[in-house]
Ligand binder design. Structure first.
Ligand code: ZN
Ligand code: ZN
Length: 261
């Protein structure tokens, strides 16, 4: 006999009803503080994850060692965490106003959300990234990030304020259009930080056979984004190589260099 677990409880496992209710009723100041703490935790987790990867894969370095952290990097990273909090807060207000809606299911459709969000954001960020490299926008949006051609995990947060707000705004537009599940969105955001960190570790944790496997070879590696920092006319994608392959911007020696690194 099957256990009599109420379906409703199962469906709301990703974000319990009580948590949703308290978020809806929370004073705005408290919510802002909570979102700042959440962004600080993400920032610390990203740097911690990056430090572990650098430590364990240090023998396979793909970019020169970046040297001591500069005051510019620290100031830019602090600003990025604050601006990420602003974006999260705007998203929170949009959710309370009903502009952004989330589903509570945790089944196969929640996993499908991850695929949809990864592909949609990958394409949207590819387009925005290529625009950011246009001479009209480069100084305003993207020059600061590219001052650091020897990336480290912190480089993920070294962004022009306008760049941080543009990518955050893009995310808010996507979730306003597409009602994802809490679970799918949380998994996507976790992957987003993981890929962001892996792109800036300066070492290669992915196995050499990665680029020979039929499906996996289309997924971004650390070398993929490190190569963009070294040669900014190639490799504009974030999670996948699909759009770079489609639009002819993948570095012609990407796979050969990956195998020999
Ligand atoms: Zn980068
Ligand atoms: Zn770039």
């Amino acid at each position: 006999m099957r256990p009599a677990t109420p379906v409703r409880c199962y469906l709301h496992a990703a974000m319990p009803e009580s948590a949703i209710t308290s978020l809806r009723a929370m004073p705005l100041g408290v919510a802002a503080l909570l979102l700042l703490v959440q962004n600080l935790v993400v920032f610390a987790a990203a740097l911690g994850f990056g430090a572990i990867v650098v430590r364990y894969f240090g023998r396979r370095r793909i970019a020169a060692h970046p040297g001591p952290v500069t005051k510019t990097e620290i100031a830019a990273a602090v600003s990025a965490v604050i601006l990420n909090t602003v974006v999260t807060y705007v998203g929170f207000l949009a959710w309370r106003a009903g502009v952004v809606r989330f589903r509570s299911d945790v089944g196969v459709w929640a996993i499908a959300d991850v695929v949809v969000l990864v592909l949609a954001m990958d394409l949207a960020m590819y387009v925005l990234h290529r625009l950011a490299h246009h001479p009209w926008f480069f100084t305003l949006l993207h020059r600061l990030h590219h001052r650091f051609d020897k990336p480290r995990p912190l480089t993920l947060f070294v962004l022009n304020p306008a760049e941080a707000l543009s990518f955050g705004g893009l995310w808010l537009v996507v979730i306003a259009i597409y009602s994802a599940s809490w679970l799918g969105m949380s998994l996507y955001l976790t992957l987003n930080v993981a890929f962001g960190v892996l792109g800036h570790v300066g070492v290669e944790p992915f196995p050499r056979a990665w680029v020979s496997w039929p499906a996996l070879r289309h997924i971004g590696t650390s070398s993929f984004h490190a190569q963009h920092h070294a040669e900014p006319t190639h490799n504009f994608g974030f999670y996948t190589l699909l759009w770079d392959r489609l639009f002819g911007t993948l570095h012609p020696e990407y796979e050969a260099r990956f195998k020999s690194s």
